[in-house]
Design a protein around this ligand. Sequence first.
Ligand code: SF4
Ligand code: SF4
Length: 447
Amino acid sequence: MKQSFYGGVHPHDRKEATNRLAVVPLSTAPKQVVIPMAMHVGAPCKPLVSPGDTVRVGQKIAEIAGLGAPIHASVSGTVAAVEPRPYTGGGKVLSVVIDNDFRNTPGSSLTPHADPLALSPEEIVEIVKEAGITGMGGAGFPTHVKISSGLGKVDTMILNGAECEPYITADHRLMLEQGEKVIGGARILMKALGLQTGWIGIEANKMDAVDHLKSLVGDKADITVEPLKTRYPQGAEKQLIQRITGREIPPGGLPAHVGCAVFNVGTAAAVYDAVVEGRPLTERIVTVTGDSIANPKNLLVPLGTSFQHLIDEAGGFKADPDRVLTGGPMMGIAQYNLAVPVIKGTNAVLCLTPQEAAPEDKAHTCLRCARCVNVCPMHLTPVYMHLYAEKNRWSEVEDLRVMDCIECGSCNYICPARIPLVQSFRTAKFEIRGLAAKQKAKEAAKA
Ligand code: SF4
Ligand code: SF4
């Protein structure tokens, strides 16, 4: 039974600057790319190359070292350095730096498969793994792990085309311009999971994409393209599952616990590229937008290209930005160094003017209005979680289920006192995880 989710907010979608602009490649290729070894959930990869090595586009340059996905060169050229560099997650992370030779010499070791549905699930999982595919919606979970852990447990596959964050149009343009890959990728994922049918959920502010994908599915009718009410955070995994299937993921649970596997539409297209065309994940679509940007664009970008290069491609700043974010205004992360590179999960570079940005520095006292409670899609009590977090009372914050917070930012958005609630929940989660790790180490030492 379909069921709308609780809470949520209705921010202006602000997508008009780029939602009609076709994806374009960079007019000037980057001279150098910086490819971080940590672009996914799990352990950082281990580099396979050293300074002075020559590399080709699609060549594997880093191998997994635990949970993760391999990493490939996005340009051909020479490895200039393997060293820590700034990245979008904050701080520095070990990165492979490649000087571009501008020859685009191909070097993928993947084999194209004209009939992907003739492959076995195991073969598909292996190709997806070797292609280095991770969730393209931003979460960065290794896709081959999601498929293999869902085998035999999942009865519903959903592609997430909601793209509910304001400003971002990367998935919208992908669905319009490369819809065949999205549908083809969906069918490959269904085959890998042993499913005959699947769903694609798209917010109703993208009805052209809904209609286009419906026409591509055609008479086969194995995939249902479902328009979703435009309400943030409709694209959050738990909310999308509830809307499509009526199933509610229990606190602390995962989609597989209710028989579901959710993939971003960009992930499906990357799966198609890997399986059908033999291309590993080396590039992605990035929306460069915000009122500070002179010519907002949807760009096709080699991984490792700097934010500064993208901003230059979009005409530079026409007004000084108040802040530059990776991602949208609700869940995006502020960047303080424009040398940071595009990674597998970068869907937008958002440059907000002071007028567009919420005045973070003017937080007032909580008014006890409970608006944050009313909009929380996870049924949490942000006001109390924040009050305890302010006092470093982590066990009380944990009891209030802060670990279930999906950091959607709805409470921040609605709070009339402009209290930076999500920031305080991120800190609380960090502290709680740290305490748990310390406790575990203590117990291990005792044992
Ligand atoms: S508490 Fe977390 S899940 Fe709830 S509205 Fe705030 S950010 Fe979203
Ligand atoms: S919305 Fe803001 S002001 Fe209102 S109760 Fe929540 S934290 Fe307090």
